[in-house]
Design a protein. Structure first.
Length: 198
């Protein structure tokens, strides 16, 4: 702390005492004032003006704020990448299980159609294949909707981009989840067909 800062603090305290109607200062009050000046001196680097010390503190706080924002930005970016990666995995999985089931089921039906004599069993098998086919279709549409959703989230549709993106995101989720549900229905219908035939 420089002399001008000490004088400024002394003047401020003396003026405040005068405004409160004090004409004398007790030794205790003077001791507290000296403690205040000493405390201020310990928090201010030696030989640096008070304004300069405040500027350095501001620069330090600004640097901390920038580092914190950078960490938050990187964390949000990693979360976005993880979300996109997970959605791609869900779409690929849905397409793989429904498409694989449909192809395998077609191969199976080509060989086993004549072995199922009842019309009920054949109807259930056809229905099961239909579920798998609709599952593939739902997944394909879901992938297209996800692509348009990503374009909307990046601002491709003007001022309504965010609203369009939010709506399309849920449509894509519903379609992909629906494809998994259709796979379940396809499998359970195929099991019923085997039960009816057996």
């Amino acid at each position: 702390m420089v002399t001008s800062d000490a004088i400024s603090i002394l003047r401020t305290q003396v003026d405040a005492a005068k405004q409160n109607g004090l004409s004398e200062v007790s030794l205790d009050s003077l001791s507290k004032l000296i403690d205040l000046i000493e405390q201020e001196d310990q928090t201010t680097p030696t030989g640096v003006e008070h304004a300069q010390a405040a500027l350095e503190k501001f620069k330090s706080d600004l640097s901390d704020w920038q580092a914190s924002n950078q960490r938050d930005h990187e964390s949000n970016l990693e979360m976005l990448r993880a979300t996109i990666g997970t959605s791609h995995l869900a779409i690929k999985s849905a397409l793989l299980i429904n498409g694989g089931a449909a192809v395998a089921f077609l191969a199976f039906l080509g060989n086993a159609w004549s072995r199922f004599p009842g019309l009920a069993a054949k109807s259930l098998l056809a229905c099961s294949l239909g579920y798998f086919t609709w599952g593939v279709l739902f997944t394909g549409i879901g992938a297209c909707v996800a692509y348009v959703c990503q374009a909307a989230m990046s601002g491709e549709f003007g001022e309504f981009s965010q609203k369009i993106g939010e709506a399309l995101r849920w449509v894509a989720v519903i379609l992909v989840v629906g494809s998994f549900v259709l796979f379940y229905f396809g499998c359970s219908t195929a099991i019923k067909a085997f039960e009816v035939a057996g």
